[in-house]
Design a protein around this ligand. Sequence first.
Ligand code: F3S
Length: 409
Amino acid sequence: MDLTPEEEAWLNGAGGPALKRAMEIVVALGRIYGAKRLIPIASVQIAGVSYRNIGAAGLRFLQRWAAEGAQVRVPTTLNPAAMDLKGWRQLGFTPEFAARQQQVIEAFAAMGVGQGRPLPTCTPYLVGNVPEPGDSVAWAESSAVAYANSVLAARTNREGGPGALAAALTGRTAAYGMHLDENRQATLRVEVRVPLPTVADFSALGALVGQVAGNRIPYFYGLPVAFGELLWREKLKALGAALAATGAVALYHVDGVTPEAIMQPMLAPEHERLVVDDLTPAYTAFNTARDSVDLVWMGCPHASLAEIREVATWLTGRRVRVPLWITCARPVRDEATRLGLTTRLEAAGVRLVADACVAIAPVHDLGVRAVATSSAKGAYYLANLASIPVHFGSLERCVRAALTGHWES
Ligand code: F3S
């Protein structure tokens, strides 16, 4: 692999042990994937933040880097934690767990993540980490990777936790995969012949196509979404998250909508064809719970202001019977508060949970036995990673479940 003199020097330890180790990881990944060189990156998004997932060993790993003086070289954001970093007590987390989770965040802060004030979220593009079209970045959260590549036309592979951290510390990633023009053409033509009136329907479609696509790039025809219409970004956010959850999709194109598909032909001459004319299999697969619900979860991926406003509108003058959590980035929560939405939602019994992801939180320990969600990705992760029975349906159905405590079949 060709390295610049500066990269060679870092690899040989000129920048200290932390930078040397980070370079070793970036170069090793490049060699594994046959990269010929490293490229500078515009930003990083790191995964591996939940203490429930990384445990004591992961925390020690991070603290060691921080103690060695490791510092990020490019703007870097963090994936969600296991809890709201401020409101954990009201949500029922124990002080012991909260202390460990805070130590993880402190280790990242010591390395300069978020300029020392990390704001954990899986939607970094909603809180200022917005690469320009054509920028190479190194993002780890799979739903954000799909959004960055597809909607923003940036370039990123699906980084692992240590790989993304190493990229942040070096400001480099290896030039392979999604960073190269020749790997961005679609090989799966998807014809959508079913109406998708809700955001959850886009999520269901993503779940179905992801299962078929694996790590291929789908090209959607007939997707009922138009650039700039109400909730168009949220629909694509939901689509990409589900594609990346049930498959390993890092990039998709939408005919006439996503930037690269507008600019040039992005469907390879040799491709397979898939017709989707029924979403029922997705809704069936992700409805595994009995009729009762003890937590309703929205905001997977983290909710935008528009999504929060929608829930507030549905709940005006009503009060939920079972907890309804909306997960979002802290700056989005702050903006919702400024606009009076947090007060309205709290009056309805809803919690706007910042920083966190329910799928990686110890919700079992909080007594939750069945979750309803409007996200196929959320349902997929809860069912498969946390072994929690789920219901998956539109925002309207989820709101009804929160009001009644039951899932209407
Ligand atoms: Fe985000 Fe967690 Fe969903 S990381 S995309 S809220 S599973």
